[in-house]
Design a protein around this ligand. Structure first.
Ligand code: GLU
Length: 307
């Protein structure tokens, strides 16, 4: 069904080179948006300098191009958007949906999440170390594109940082402010981010109160790619970077992991076509109804980190 207003996005953090898990998210988010005639954006989530690797952002963008994953418009760099995050935080604070917190992690050790110690104000003599979002306590639910109806009680979750103790903006705030600013209508990403979605929906609702209602995107969470012992492919598990020289066979691998059919047309395309042509065909053939949700264990794509 053509939906020219669909806006998807891929939002890598430049903490290393693109690995198979990130390629999976890039391919799926692009197919999901373009199959319906929409647009696909790339946003660089470079807000965490201590975790970033010099040159990784450029490397990721060149790798995306090498895989035929061409984006629409300009790449947005979160490192250029401090003013927007500050404005959103100020607005949340004045609406009472953000508050200063003076606790450090050891103050709530052994608890499943932050217990809300500073919700009603800092204790005497305590200095603010960070800013947290005051969860609404409402139930947050959505129909996940791949996983169906999901619901979380935010009363059972912990108020989370918006501005971290090290002075950096927190992922949850930046991602919601930017998804809103960019008019994103569908967030397709790894299943490891599932638990972030109710937090982001709660923040989205809080911003809707101050800034006017903007409908929340649809969310879709992909299978998590893991090492053989079940650890997520990541920098910690030394996830192997994807190589542009193997673009056709890697797109084919990802296509299979996304549950998509390898039709005759597909099989012949991956032999002679360029990555851009293969991705064009992928967009045409994309079937969201077959995307699996269970984690997948793969050999040779990462190494188990020590316990
Ligand atoms: N930057 C996040 C990551 O690389 C993804 C954020 C998102 O898709 O919401 O894990």
């Amino acid at each position: 069904m053509a939906d020219r207003g669909a806006v998807g996005r891929f939002a890598p953090s430049p903490t290393g080179r693109l690995h198979l898990g990130s390629l999976l998210a890039a391919v799926a988010s692009r197919c999901q948006a373009l199959h319906r005639g929409g647009r696909w954006l790339v946003r660089m989530e470079d807000l965490d300098p201590p975790r970033e690797v010099p040159g990784a952002a450029d490397d990721i963008l060149r790798t995306l191009e090498g895989f035929g994953l061409h984006w629409d418009g300009e790449v947005v760099f979160q490192s250029q958007r401090h003013g927007a995050y500050r404005e959103a935080l100020d607005e949340l604070s004045s609406g009472g949906q953000a508050y200063p917190c003076g606790c450090s992690r050891k103050d709530w050790l052994g608890q499943p999440h932050y217990p809300g110690t500073c919700r009603s104000g800092l204790a005497l003599g305590m200095a603010a170390r960070m800013q947290r979002h005051r969860l609404s306590g409402r139930r947050r639910e959505w129909t996940d594109v791949y996983r169906g109806h999901l619901a979380y009680e935010t009363a059972q979750l912990g108020d989370f940082p918006l501005l971290r103790a090290d002075g950096h903006w927190a992922y949850q705030l930046a991602v919601v402010v930017d998804d809103r600013m960019q008019g994103v209508t569908e967030v397709i990403r790894g299943g490891d981010l599932l638990d972030s979605t109710p937090l982001q929906l709660d923040l989205w609702a809080a911003l809707n109160e101050g800034r006017g209602v903007q409908p929340t995107p649809q969310y879709g969470h992909l299978p998590i790619l893991q090492t053989l012992s079940g650890q997520k492919l990541s920098k910690q598990t030394l996830a192997r970077p994807v190589d542009v020289a193997e673009a056709a066979s890697l797109i084919d691998l990802v296509w299979g992991l996304l549950g998509q059919q390898r039709t005759d047309e597909w099989r012949s395309a991956i032999v002679g076509a360029t990555p851009s042509e293969i991705m064009g065909l992928a967009v045409d053939l994309w079937d969201e109804s077959v995307v699996p949700t269970e984690p997948v264990q793969l050999q040779g794509w990462g190494q188990d980190s020590p316990p």
